[in-house]
Design a protein around this ligand. Structure first.
Ligand SMILES: [Zn+2]
Length: 268
């Protein structure tokens, strides 16, 4: 991205950005954690964006994809102009979709450092938000699992699913073992009785490998039983929490929301 000479003199830069997180600052300002294609994760100051008449406010909502004009500042760089590229409106209109979007944003925040440029993660973030905004509700969980596995790969924590983490032999379609600590699957010989390894039933093993290696169009067609979906989620969350070495707060939030939605559906 090349800035115009005039912008460079004024210490301005233009960037696309998606708002991951925000917190109130001062009386009318907000600190925005955004992800950008060329600068990675940034914390920016949105001055006056909590005022009702702010022209910038609508363009720096959570999960909104905008073009920002940013001025370099001493502590925080300052958002001086903002224009929406894609608002992903459904993400703010349905509590279920909102909770998934929080989850996606929090994981990205957790797996990235400030100013760590990662264009592939930017693409994954955009594609995932678009899927969460447009997919049928039954497909949202798969979109989240697709995101989990692809984010892990891009962050350098891809679980090893094709060869045994102990002996590197190709894994057979049998009940293998999964070890969070060792970063993937163990063959029956090395997995059985091993501390920290749990049996990995074949359907779960197959689902993991499918979601890790196929493109989204194929994954979206998967028809997993609710039990298998839940197992997939439990395994990946355990794995990610270990990698992040802290609790993924929005994962618990998401479970709460989903239980509420299911209860509503069950008891009309
Ligand atoms: Zn082995």
């Amino acid at each position: 991205m090349s800035d115009a000479p005039a912008e460079r003199r004024q210490r301005l830069y233009r960037t696309e950005a998606i708002v991951l997180k925000r917190r109130d600052y001062g009386e009318a300002d907000r600190l925005l954690t955004v992800f950008t294609p060329n600068y990675g994760k940034l914390v920016l100051l949105g001055k006056g964006v909590r005022k009702t008449q702010s022209r910038k406010a609508g363009h720096v909502e959570l999960f909104t994809h905008s073009t920002l004009l940013v001025a370099k500042g001493r502590t925080w760089d300052l958002v001086t102009q903002a224009e929406t590229v894609e608002s992903y409106l459904p993400l703010r209109e349905s509590l279920l979709r909102t909770s998934y979007a929080y989850y996606v944003a929090e994981l990205l925040d957790g797996f990235t450092q400030e100013q760590d440029t990662h264009p592939a993660m930017w693409r994954l973030l955009r594609e995932t938000l678009a899927r969460l905004a447009a997919s049928r509700e039954e497909t949202l969980a798969l979109a989240a699992r697709f995101y989990d596995l692809h984010l892990l790969a891009l962050a350098g924590y891809q679980p090893q699913l094709f060869t045994c983490v102990a002996c590197q032999a190709a894994l057979e379609p049998v009940t293998n073992y999964f070890s969070i600590v060792e970063g993937g699957v163990l063959c029956p010989t090395h997995g059985e009785g091993r501390i920290g390894a749990e049996p990995l039933p074949l359907p779960l093993f197959k689902a993991l490998r499918f979601v890790q290696t196929r493109d989204w169009e194929q994954v979206a067609q998967l028809n997993l039983s609710p039990g298998l979906q839940a197992e997939l989620e439990r395994l990946l969350h355990g794995y990610m929490v270990y990698q992040l070495e802290r609790n993924v707060r929005s994962a618990a939030f998401l479970r709460t929301i989903r239980e509420q939605v299911q209860n509503v559906t069950r008891d009309p």
